[in-house]
Structure formats: structure tokens, C-alpha cells
Design a binder for this molecule. Structure first.
Ligand SMILES: [Zn+2]
Length: 262
């Protein structure tokens, strides 16, 4: 083979290889990780009306028939057994997850509803309230989230209204992380019992998480009696999150019960 032929053969080889690689099928992009569900917000293109479309795991947000929150109106009166609170003070860990400020509670505190134990896991807030009372919205709402050994959720909702200053809420309000941040030991002790209203009768219904994935089967207990915070205390909540409330959902075939006896 002479030198000229060798060069042209080499060139042919390079061109052929390039052509081959150009025609090779494009490898598919990596499948989205199921470990990281879709981002969502409270307004705009990723807001509540679109949650169901953002991720297949959020389907219940659109198709669910037992969603939360609801407007609390025309309840059925019934003499229910009282919720028994077994709360202890806890060193709390506080985080801002970009949707709310969440306070993680030490294990060992729990409630009993009709003999079923649910352990207090965390509490967080929404401003304004998610539940409304006969169409009336409140400045904020606290959610105490509990889980049973079998994984069932029970949430205590507390409507917060403007009134007297509330000393029990002050340590929490003084330690709200303004920016999205991981869990931090806040260096303070809170007794969740102090956050409850004096009278602990509730409205009860079967609902859902109020954030994606909107999972149903949540045992909802909204306190009849609101808790008062001063205007400045409410402003402290709203300064960090205002508008992190999902719109109210239709009651559909569900029964809303009001405990008729304290
Ligand atoms: Zn909540």
C-alpha cells in the first residue's frame, strides 16, 4: 500500500466512524428519580389546581373525594369520647422546609382517640388558616401531626385568632427560621399541651394531607375553640409564610361530626 492510499483509507475510516456514531441511537435521559417528588407551590403554574398533574404520586390531590381542608359547617352533633392527651415537654428541632416551619417532637408524646394510640411526630403552621368555620377564615392554623404504629395519621388542627398575647407560643415564635433550612436543635423545650385551647372538644372527619401527595385516610380533629395570639405574634408567623394554605375542598359524601360534650 502506498502512502497516498494509506492516508485516504485512514480518512475513510475516520469518516465512517463519525457517521456511525452520528447514527447511533441516542441513549435515553435518566429516568426521574422517584425518591424526589415534583416541586410544588401555593400559587402559579405549580399551585394547588395543578398539584395532581405535577407527579403521578400526587394523583389524590385531583381525584381524591376525601380531601382536606374543608369548610366546617352544618356538623352532625354526636357525643364522642374525648381525645386523651399524653404530651410531655420536648427538646424541639425546627426546620423551614420551604412550605412551612416544622417543629419535630421527641418520641414519647401521644394521643388516644377511641382507644387508638397516635404518637406526636411534628407540628407546623399555615397562614391564613386552612379550615374555615362557616366560611370564616382565621389568621393562622397549627397542625399537630400524629402517627399510629400501623402508620395511620391523626392531625389536631388549632385555629389561631387575634386577641391576647400567648406566652406559650412565644418561644416558638422567637425561633422561626426565616429561610429554608435543615433541621436544627433550637435549644428550647416546648410542651405541646400548652399550645392547645382550654376546652378540647373537636370537629372530626376523615380527610387528607393538605399538601402533596394529598394522601387520604387522615383522621382530622379540629378544635372547636380557637387559640388567641396577639397581632404581633400572628404577624411573626405571617412574616415567614403567608398564603401557605390549600383552598377548601368539597365535603362530598363525608360526615362532619361535632363533639357535643366537653
Ligand atoms: Zn398542615
Amino acid at each position: 500500500m502506498n502512502r497516498k492510499l494509506l492516508i485516504s483509507f485512514f480518512c475513510f475510516l475516520v469518516v465512517a466512524l463519525l457517521a456511525l456514531s452520528a447514527c447511533a441511537p441516542v441513549s435515553p435521559p435518566p429516568a426521574p428519580s422517584t425518591a424526589t417528588p415534583a416541586h410544588w407551590t401555593y400559587e402559579g403554574a405549580e399551585g394547588p389546581a395543578s398539584w395532581a398533574k405535577l407527579d403521578t404520586s400526587y394523583a389524590a390531590c385531583g381525584a381524591g373525594k376525601s380531601q382536606s381542608p374543608i369548610d366546617i359547617a352544618n356538623p352532625t352533633m354526636q357525643d364522642l369520647s374525648n381525645i386523651v392527651f399524653h404530651y410531655q415537654p420536648s427538646e424541639v428541632k425546627i426546620l423551614n422546609n420551604g412550605h412551612t416551619v416544622q417543629v419535630n417532637y421527641d418520641p414519647g408524646s401521644y394521643i388516644e382517640i377511641d382507644g387508638q394510640r397516635y404518637d406526636l411526630v411534628q407540628f407546623h403552621y399555615h397562614a391564613p388558616s386552612e379550615h374555615t368555620l362557616n366560611g370564616k377564615s382565621f389568621p393562622a392554623e397549627l397542625h399537630l401531626v400524629h402517627k399510629s404504629a400501623s402508620g395511620n395519621l391523626a392531625v389536631i388542627g388549632i385555629l389561631l385568632e387575634e386577641g391576647a398575647q400567648n406566652a406559650a407560643y412565644q418561644p416558638l415564635l422567637a425561633n422561626l427560621p426565616a429561610e429554608k433550612s435543615p433541621e436544627k436543635d433550637a435549644g428550647l423545650k416546648i410542651n405541646a399541651l400548652d399550645l392547645l385551647p382550654a376546652v378540647q372538644t373537636t370537629f372530626r372527619y376523615s380527610g387528607s394531607l393538605t399538601t402533596p401527595p394529598c394522601t387520604e385516610g387522615v383522621n382530622w380533629n379540629v378544635m372547636l375553640t380557637p387559640v388567641q395570639l396577639s397581632a404581633a405574634q400572628i404577624a411573626a408567623f405571617a412574616k415567614i409564610f403567608e398564603g401557605n394554605n390549600r383552598p377548601i375542598q368539597p365535603l362530598n359524601a363525608r360526615t362532619l361530626i361535632e363533639d357535643s360534650t366537653p
